[in-house]
Design a protein around this ligand. Structure first.
Ligand SMILES: NC(=O)c1ccc[n+]([C@@H]2O[C@H](COP(=O)([O-])OP(=O)(O)OC[C@H]3O[C@@H](n4cnc5c(N)ncnc54)[C@H](O)[C@@H]3O)[C@@H](O)[C@H]2O)c1
Length: 504
């Protein structure tokens, strides 16, 4: 494993950096005394950022002193809302760099779109702040490595928004698996069977006048005045320039739990995704309909970790009755969407059903144990900011990087092969030769039935077979496809350039 990914070397680097940056306004040093509140700055406050606001408002240790959003309307509304509850109105900024100059800010908590995550975290930590960064912690693999390097270099706490790491239910379920509760367990399946309707036709739409679109676009290409999706906020998730599809949206929660439960502490060696953005012509009853999204809405991603294996299934079409018998039994308590992780053991299964609920089954699908309860992920971040011990973080940035990378590597396989449309028979013959602990053909069969049930004509709109990629987890490079390496980073747009790990 690469030096920058080794846990021991992180701790060592952190210790060295601690002395080098003693002058930074860290909690417990120049920034706050024991009686003083921790000053919070929240960046990106439309949807998820509002949950960040609620968390810091309800934690007695914190005070929200700054809000940053490039949508002035959203930002000012949130300041209003915070003032009512907190008494103090936070300062409002549209440029995060200005907010990070403020010495009364100790922590930065960010819920911007994905293409901004790593750069926001890096700028915040360079300015001496601790950072809570939403999942996926980066938009591409190299950004994640750079974010880790920044956390270690500046001796900052960097927590990732994979809140299941603080769930009592998931912690107990993982401990149960690792203690042999379901026998030997080498295989996990993540499910994101989550209905996502079309985001509207690809077109030319106005950019809202209250948004600074240059800054919203940030490290991504600047397409002004062209917006190709109808809805400005949120739907960027399904445009790869900014988002990572549901494999990189819901996915990092489940790939993180799967990796954790399996005890996998590295990247996969081999990756294959097949799928497509399918079914919206049938949904809109228009054979020529082109949806504005360009990420896969139906994907099966297979990850080989040597002795362990993970499969992630993404489905965005109607997911009612779309599973097979086994999955239906394991998710018997849920209807419609099925979002979770199944661990397959020699003696039974453990299923993560939700944030605070996991269930163990024997081989006959009888419930043998239940795990329930949650904890405060934001509170855990604040506690670690106070203790200054990275080990106290439930979701240190390195975990976030490895889990986000699962999604990115899966998407790269898809992007590399998206024009390689194949028949189901061809897919079957390829999948027979792909190393996996899954029954590859059964998963394909289930996926095909799901698509057909949703009116997808697979002759006219065939599934794409992604590239079969081999990856060097230490070097973080593909070894059998040099073209794929371009997707591990992006072309940045000055001044929004995410530095490489050696330049943070
Ligand atoms: N942990 C979770 O369970 C969870 C849940 C939902 C969303 N999320 C994550 O939160 C993030 C935000 O999701 P959302 O649904 O709130 O998206 P959103 O589009 O609704 O909100 C993003 C906000 O960020 C603002 N923004 C964009 N660029 C900015 C910049 N440079 N500086 C300041 N503000 C900027 C936008 O104007 C908008 O107000 C996503 O990365 C998503 O993956 C996490």
């Amino acid at each position: 494993m690469a030096k920058h990914l080794t846990r021991r070397s992180f701790v060592k680097t952190a210790a060295v950096a601690g002395s080098a940056f003693a002058a930074a306004p860290a909690i417990g040093r120049a920034g706050t005394s024991a009686n003083e509140k921790i000053g919070a700055c929240i960046v990106g406050v439309n949807g998820r950022g509002n949950s960040h606001i609620s968390a810091y408002l309800s934690d007695e240790r914190t005070e929200i002193r700054a809000i940053v959003d490039v949508d002035e309307e959203v930002g000012n509304n949130r300041c209003e809302q915070i003032e009512k509850k907190q008494g103090l109105r936070p300062k409002f900024y549209t440029d995060m760099r200005k907010a990070f100059e403020d010495d009364s800010i100790n922590i930065v908590s960010t819920a911007t779109p994905n293409h901004w995550h790593a750069l926001t975290g890096i700028w915040a930590m360079q300015a001496g702040k601790d950072a809570y960064v939403e999942k996926p912690v980066c938009h591409n693999v190299h950004e994640g490595t750079a974010l880790i390097a920044a956390a270690r270099k500046y001796n900052r706490m960097c927590q990732v928004g994979t809140q299941c790491r603080s769930s009592r239910a998931v912690k107990d379920a993982v401990a149960f698996i690792q203690a042999g509760g379901i026998g030997t367990c080498n295989f996990a399946r993540g499910l994101c069977y989550k209905r996502r309707a079309s985001i509207g036709a690809l077109g030319d739409y106005p950019i809202p006048s209250n948004v600074n679109f240059d800054m919203w676009s940030g490290p991504a290409q600047f397409t002004d005045p062209r917006l190709t999706r109808q809805k400005f906020h949120y739907d960027w998730h399904w445009q790869r320039m900014y988002g990572n599809g549901d494999l990189g949206n819901q996915g990092p929660h489940q790939t993180d739990i799967a990796r954790w439960g399996l005890g996998v502490d590295t990247h996969p060696n081999a990756i294959l995704t097949y799928g497509g953005r399918l079914g919206y012509q049938a949904e809109r009853k228009d054979p020529n309909y082109v949806d504005a999204g360009d990420t896969g809405n139906t994907e099966v991603s297979i990850y080989d970790y040597g002795e362990k294996c993970m499969v992630f299934e993404t489905r965005g079409l109607n997911v009612d009755d779309s599973a097979d018998d086994e999955i239906n039994k394991l998710f018997a308590s849920t209807k419609g969407n099925k979002i979770g992780v199944i661990f397959y053991g020699s003696d039974g299964y453990v299923v993560q059903l939700s944030y605070g609920h996991c269930v163990a089954y024997d081989k006959e699908f009888n419930v043998t144990k239940e795990f329930k309860g949650g904890e405060d992920h934001f509170g855990n971040f604040i506690s670690a900011c106070q203790s200054r011990k990275m080990e106290d973080l439930n979701a240190d940035v390195r975990e976030g990087h490895l889990s986000a990378a699962v999604s990115h590597l899966g998407n790269i396989s898809y992007y590399m092969g998206e024009s390689n449309k194949v028949s189901v028979e061809d897919l079957q013959s390829v999948l027979k030769g792909v190393k996996s602990l899954d029954d590859n053909l059964a998963t394909l069969d289930r996926t095909v039935k799901h698509l057909e049930k949703n009116g997808v004509d697979l002759q006219k709109y065939p599934i794409a077979l992604g590239a079969q990629l081999e990856f060097d987890p230490e070097k973080e490079l593909f070894t059998n496809n040099s073209d794929a390496n371009q997707y591990l980073t992006r072309e940045y747009r000055a001044p929004y350039i995410c530095p490489t790990a050696d330049k943070v």
